[in-house]
Design a binder for this molecule. Structure first.
Ligand code: SF4
Length: 688
């Protein structure tokens, strides 16, 4: 039945799902979300929103939402008061720190939380505990982007705004399926292609955009570096180079040209299982375009050589002079979660303070120490995979997890569970009793993004306001409030009692954010970083004068193809690739509690019909998938979207625990896990 009672309030905020960062109007009736509509005139989404942002909001009033803190007693999580929960956490953290030192405690902050909450989280762990053991889930997705883009250009973000899509004539989309994972960007890419732009897709799956592409390089999982080097080889071979730009603004061309001699189309075709002629066509389309733009996603980064993938993809933009030039279109990483860019920007990382200011730099440390009023630890802390290893080794005793369900989202799940169980103390903030919560000693009921005040940074470096459309559900609290109350319980004053004051403090300490404030964002709308002063707009297009590298030049990288951590073999003859579905989001904790569940009630394993026929597995049959690391059972879905010898599944459902299978292999430079290549074997779960 239609509810015709009037809307009582409408609040403009930023979507809490993916990194596109759509601006949404949340319409509330009687303290319940009645509807969400895209905000007209919003710069990112221009009046559009997808099935997640627009319709998947009823999780806020789900019956199983946590409204009481839980503590473990006699092996069971039981309800308790906030005072007792916070006192327990404070007492046990202090005890572990006193017995084992501050580095025996670690925190995983959240890409779902606001910038202000991430700022407070890293301030808490560095000042109240005294360790740099803090990381966020960018470790699991775009850490190679931060490392690769910083090495190539100087800053840890995309080079250009999304709006540059409006004047591109060629889109190179690598390792990303924005139609499902970043739907508003996917729609804008599709519109641009329909308007005449050429499209090159590099992806092992035949995605919707791949089907629309001029060239689809359906490259074997793990072969990106060879493919990007192959395209670069052809750009050099056919002299499709921006010579003046290369001469004036870059380094490393000679070394790269020498390496590229080893990557002719035939050689790359053999490595990547693509047709050499398609590689040549792709290189010509990209090389002859006047305004090429590159979008890429986790299919580039989540590899054992993910940072090399980012560097070799950045090479293509540099060879064409497509960065740091007026009218150029640049290279943009499609960040996954709503605020994964911001969590890193705020210093929720083990080696940098806000604004990527390195913790080992004494001048930087002194500036923060002066304002924060205490000495800061100098030694970089642990990355997330290192935290798990340290817990199992007995060196890490307490793990504090804010809003992440690491037991479902992180690879090699049995290892994660072992790490959680090895800790003396596991604390988590969550809206629901997640898989991670099942291993926790204290669970603190958290507010949703619809109940928060602050900012997110989207994938093209835009700070955008987050405003509370609802009051926090009774007896829940925002992550900001929880951290403040915990610090008070520890008898520590974290300062900045409001999110606006946290942003002001961060801006005062961080030159690249110095011009940002809630007041300014409210008055002017979204602003890109860097935003170094209040009288300047943020820089949407980077590097127009010079690159931010030490020598001011863009750095080409001569990097060879190296094989992935695992390859198909006789024992494990298939390669598993994991990814996302349109109607669900990450671990599904929010979308599975909405009507989106009716659109996709469970996960399936995609496999090629020829493989299904050969193995005698009909569609809808239960299949057991086994890797060297674990096992899972899913329903078979034969489809030509995957290549023979490959299988695909998403990680949205605890009932289809695909990360039981994924491997512990990580990117050598950043420890980002290799979610995109796991060798598996499959068999029917029942006899037919
Ligand atoms: Fe939200 Fe992303 Fe959908 Fe936009 S595209 S509405 S940010 S989930």
């Amino acid at each position: 039945l239609l509810d015709l009672r009037p809307i009582t309030a409408t609040t403009t905020t930023t979507c809490g799902y993916c990194g596109v960062g759509c601006t949404l109007d949340v319409h509330v009736r009687d303290d319940t979300v009645a509807a969400i509509t895209p905000t007209h005139g919003a710069p990112v989404n221009r009046g559009h929103a997808c099935v997640k942002g627009r319709f998947a909001h009823t999780f806020t009033s789900a019956g199983d939402r946590l409204t009481t803190p839980l503590v473990r007693r006699d092996g069971q999580l039981v309800e308790t008061t906030w005072d007792e929960a916070l006192t327990t956490v404070a007492r046990r953290l202090a005890d572990i720190r006193d017995r084992h030192g501050p580095d025996s405690i670690a925190m995983i902050s959240s890409a779902r939380a606001t910038n202000e909450e991430n700022y407070l989280a890293q301030k808490f762990i560095r000042t109240a505990i005294g360790t740099n053991n803090i990381d966020n889930c960018s470790r699991l997705c775009h850490a190679p982007s931060a490392a690769g883009l910083t090495a190539a250009f100087g800053l840890a973000g995309g080079t250009n705004p999304l709006d540059d899509l409006d004047h591109t004539d060629c889109i190179l989309l690598a390792g990303a399926n924005p139609t499902e994972a970043h739907p508003v960007v996917g729609a804008r890419i599709k519109q641009r292609v329909l308007a005449g732009a050429r499209l090159i897709v590099v992806d092992p799956r035949r995605t919707e955009l791949a089907a629309l592409a001029d060239v689809h390089l359906q490259a074997r999982p793990g072969s990106n570096v060879a493919v990007f080097n192959g395209i670069a080889h052809q750009l050099v071979e056919e002299d499709l180079l921006a010579h003046d730009f290369l001469d004036r603004r870059t380094t490393g061309f000679d070394d790269l040209a020498s390496l590229l001699a080893d990557y002719p189309p035939e050689a790359v075709g053999a490595i990547a299982d693509v047709r050499p002629a398609d590689l040549v066509t792709a290189a010509r389309l990209f090389g002859q375009a006047e305004h090429p733009i590159i979008f890429y996603g986790l299919g580039v980064t989540e590899h054992a050589h993910g940072t090399d993938g980012v560097r070799t993809l950045a090479n293509l933009a540099i060879l064409r002079g497509a960065v740091g030039t007026p009218g150029c279109c640049g290279i943009l990483p499609l960040r996954g979660q709503n605020n994964v860019q911001g969590a890193s920007d705020m210093g929720a990382l083990p080696d940098v303070l806000p604004g990527y200011q390195h913790i080992t730099d004494p001048t930087t440390r002194a500036r923060f120490e002066h304002v924060w009023g205490c000495a800061l630890p100098e030694r970089p802390g642990l990355r997330i995979p290192q935290m798990f290893d340290a817990a199992i080794a007995g060196d890490l005793r307490a793990l504090y997890v804010i809003g992440e369900d690491i037991a479902q989202s992180d690879p090699h799940s049995s290892h994660v569970r072992a790490a959680l169980d090895a800790c003396e103390l596991v604390v988590c903030h969550d809206m629901f009793r997640s898989r991670t919560a099942e291993h926790a000693d204290v669970v603190l009921p958290a507010a949703s993004f619809l109940e928060k005040d602050g900012t997110f940074v989207n994938f093209d470096r835009r700070f955008q306001r987050v405003r509370p459309a609802l009051a926090p559900l009774d007896h829940t609290a925002t992550d900001f409030e929880i951290l403040q109350r915990l610090a008070t319980t520890l008898d520590i004053d974290l300062g900045c009692p409001t999110p606006a004051q946290a942003m002001a403090e961060c801006a005062a300490l961080t030159p690249m954010f110095a011009g940002l404030s809630h007041q300014r964002l409210d008055a002017e709308g979204p602003l890109h970083w860097p935003c170094p002063s209040v009288d300047r707009p943020g820089e949407a297009v980077l590097y127009l004068d010079q690159f931010a590298t030490p020598d001011g030049l863009a750095a080409l990288a001569a990097l060879p193809y190296l094989p992935p951590g695992e390859q198909a073999d006789a024992d494990f003859p298939f390669l598993l690739v994991t990814g996302r579905r349109l109607v669900h989001y990450n671990t599904g904790s929010m979308t599975r509690r909405t009507a989106n569940l009716e659109l996709l009630p469970t996960e399936t394993l995609e496999l090629h019909p020829s493989d299904a026929a050969r193995l005698g597995i009909p569609g809808g049959a239960e299949v057991t998938i086994t890797s060297r690391w674990g096992q899972a059972t899913l329903t078979a879905h034969p489809t030509t979207d995957v290549a023979p010898g490959q299988v695909f599944a998403a990680f949205h459902f605890p009932s289809a625990p695909i990360n039981e299978l994924t491997s512990p292999h990580t990117d050598a430079a950043t420890d980002c896990p290799e979610y995109k290549v796991t060798a598996v074997h499959i068999r029917s779960a029942v006899d037919w």
